[in-house]
Design a protein around this ligand. Sequence first.
Ligand SMILES: [Zn+2]
Length: 219
Amino acid sequence: MRGRGLVTLVLAVLAGAFWLIQRAPYTVSAVNAAPPLIVIDPGHGGWDPGAVRGVVYEKSITLAVALKLGSALLAHGYRIFYTRRTDTALARTVLDDLNRRAQLANQLQAALFVSVHVNTEPTGTMRGPLVYYTRSRPASYRLALAVSHSLARTVGSAGPPRPIRQWVLEVSQMPAINVEIGFLSHGSDLRLMNASWYQSRLAAAIARGLAHYLAAPGR
Ligand SMILES: [Zn+2]
């Protein structure tokens, strides 16, 4: 009886060890799985100011909002990469510059690509953020929808997502959007976009939209 009990015990221990070994790879990979990497692309920079109104440059606003977006995403637990962190261009021509931004995201196998820009239009009547997406990947529309919903809830106005053919969105190989955060041609938008508190609010709203998309089952 004693011997049989010992054998049973040894078998139980072996079975337990086998079960643990079987489970171990899944447990370890679940714990160590890296959070999604989000590439943040502040539009323009260096020799390319983007839209200009008086002394206000699009490139400065996009960088300020992008850096705040990065901080917000880090707080959500995501990994981030900026295509630029200072007032610099990535190449000497617009096309090379845009290619470089998208290629960086592709090389890093980023989960998402988010470009930040500022709109402008001749009538001076349009205002508020708009999210543009590429039709070449259906996931980009769902991403744009999540971000524009979040922006609408936070800043009150955000139109529906708009399809667009933009080089940087076409070349990038992951869900990609361009968030045009407001209109430089609109007086109130101009004042708001220059204010640090509003930039933080926009960044927080974009981050919540991205997090909402990433958390969606079967995205
Ligand atoms: Zn722009």
